[in-house]
Design a protein. Sequence first.
Length: 136
Amino acid sequence: MRKSGRDCSSTLRDFFAPFGIWLPRNSYQQSRVGKVVSLENISDEKKIQMIQQYGVPFETLLYRKGHIALYVGMKNNKIIIFQNLWGIKTLKHGVEGRYIIGKTVFSTLQMGNNLSDFDESASFLKNLKSMNIVTR
């Protein structure tokens, strides 16, 4: 549990509430709100293209199993997201670990790929399942 009980889905729920947009409590249920676009079984490059083409900044959620983030827009030709996360999965000499974040951050879809022991199989981008525009 994050500080003050905030996790990814509660953070996004709180973000949308002042705008009169109600979101369910967990990430999977939130990923079903509005217009849903599947990102399964496509390359990372195609996922980026689809987010750039169809994503609406501050209205689109990006979902992977157990985690959800808000698409903010583009900066320096990179997709920027807003997310609350515990940490980044690492793998060093076959031993799993975690680089602890424990807060809400703005990041790219490739957060953690600068770490020498980053576990590429746990990449947010690689594991994206869908995007949904909550206002549609």
